[in-house]
Design a protein around this ligand. Structure first.
Ligand code: ASP
Length: 326
């Protein structure tokens, strides 16, 4: 009797749709180039239909969580996604893929990295060209993301982002080249690995998930009745005089800002220097109980609890830490 070759059972992967350019559609006039498109139109089922062969990689379950342009994302999306992943894990499901807009992908990925404990892989993906454009990158990115989510070697590496054949850590990734198809990078640390015709290859270990002073994931697990604090970004530059900080402080004290000011992330010049006039205003804010965290204007923090995080990820962290019941 002829023996059939053994093929291992396919992993089950949940694909969560949230919108973005990957689900975008261009009007007839811009269909070829992807010009003038609207993000967040197609459903996750349609995205997978454009990635033939994906059903041979994993058994798929689909869920549309929302369909938005991620430039308009709200932090509540992070909680909804974390909840959806945890529900899926509790049912014994395998990896998860999240289709997302590229503009705030790094914020959502890092928030999930903070919120989720270790488990089956969680992989975000996006596209720079809308569905239907010539050489649209969405189908390939989605296909690769499912391959990574279905691969047992991707578990325990934190939340991952798969774009343009590279696998990035949520902590490191950012949209470095917004005008290019190869938009995402992981700064000087580089990607965690590659996914191509040869398969998935890891080139380095993920960044340390817990650094000194960082609360455990369970401590960040925020409850539904809590409120997001206000964390604003301000920038140091030639002529920075602190007026904006003082306006924020005044409005906050007068009850004109709801919620009141909780923290300021300051985009510093160079490695994190601050104009002396702005520094005076920041000292006033700190004396009034506002948390002040300086981050380099370009790149990431180089040490301490925020090591490796860029400004928007430091803001995500402060939002999660400061979330409380009012
Ligand atoms: N504005 C779009 C979004 O972030 C851009 C994209 O997905 O590439 O949803």
């Amino acid at each position: 009797m002829r023996q059939e070759p053994f093929s291992p059972p396919l992993a089950t992967v949940l694909v969560l749709g949230t919108g973005g350019t990957i689900a975008g559609v261009a009007p007839a006039a811009g269909a070829a180039t992807g010009a003038g498109y609207t993000a967040g139109v197609l459903g996750v089922e349609q995205l997978l239909a454009a990635a033939p062969g994906v059903e041979a990689v994993a058994r798929l379950q689909l869920r549309q969580l929302c369909n938005i342009d991620s430039k308009d994302a709200q932090p509540d999306l992070w909680l909804r996604l974390a909840e959806a992943v945890e529900d899926w894990r509790a049912q014994g499901g395998g990896g998860c893929v999240i289709t997302h807009g590229s503009d705030t992908l790094e914020e959502t990925a890092y928030a999930l990295d903070c919120l989720l404990g270790p488990g089956a892989p969680v992989v975000l993906t996006a596209a720079m060209l809308p569905a239907g454009a010539l050489s649209a990158d969405g189908p390939r990115n989605l296909f690769d993301a499912v391959r990574v989510a279905a691969d047992a070697s991707a578990a325990g590496r934190g939340v991952l982002c798969v774009l343009h054949g590279r696998v990035h850590a949520a902590r490191d990734v950012s949209k470095e080249r917004p005008a290019q198809i190869d938009a995402f990078g992981s700064g000087e640390r580089g990607p965690l690995g590659w996914i191509d015709a040869g398969g998935l290859r890891w080139t380095r270990e993920p960044p340390a998930a817990a650094v000194a002073g960082e609360p455990a994931k369970s401590a960040l697990h925020v409850d539904a009745a809590a409120h997001w604090p206000r964390v604003e970004l301000v920038c140091s530059h030639a002529g920075a005089d602190g007026a904006l900080v003082r306006v924020l402080l005044h409005a906050s004290r007068q009850g004109l800002l709801q919620p009141p000011l909780h923290a300021l992330v300051v985009l510093g010049t160079g490695g994190g220097t601050v104009h002396r006039e702005l520094q005076i205003a920041l000292d006033e804010a700190a004396a009034g109980g506002v948390l002040v965290q300086v981050v380099p204007r370009h790149g990431c923090c180089q040490r301490g609890a925020y090591d490796g995080l860029n400004a928007v990820k430091v803001r995500v962290r402060l939002l999660l830490q400061g979330r409380r019941r009012i």
